[in-house]
Design a protein around this ligand. Sequence first.
Ligand SMILES: [Zn+2]
Length: 125
Amino acid sequence: MGKASITCPVCGKLEFEDFEDHENCSQCDWKINITQYDNHDYSDGTNPLSVNEYKLQYAAMTNQNTAETAKKLKDEFYGDRYALNKEFREVTRAKGTQSCSDMTDKMIALRIAYVEELKKLVSSS
Ligand SMILES: [Zn+2]
């Protein structure tokens, strides 16, 4: 990795070389995405959460009162996402359909539930 020139919008650390940088942020795990960089509420795309939701996750992960619970929640969320992706691939293969609205709804529900847990956690600390 060369010289970083772009500040991560989630954790505020100087992390990225340019907008083609493929590394995740070493601090908060955010992956650079121009749409998200400009719109912090945008939640679709390469990252499973919006920038504002990443900020919430980062706050919970870096607060020593909530870090342990936050890590557990994060692992569960990523595990559920992985399982859902796997399930979707199997369904698509079996039915030969490209429809993904059902999958999208489930992913959104999963994300919203996770963010709600994070909000509760951060406000309780
Ligand atoms: Zn970051």
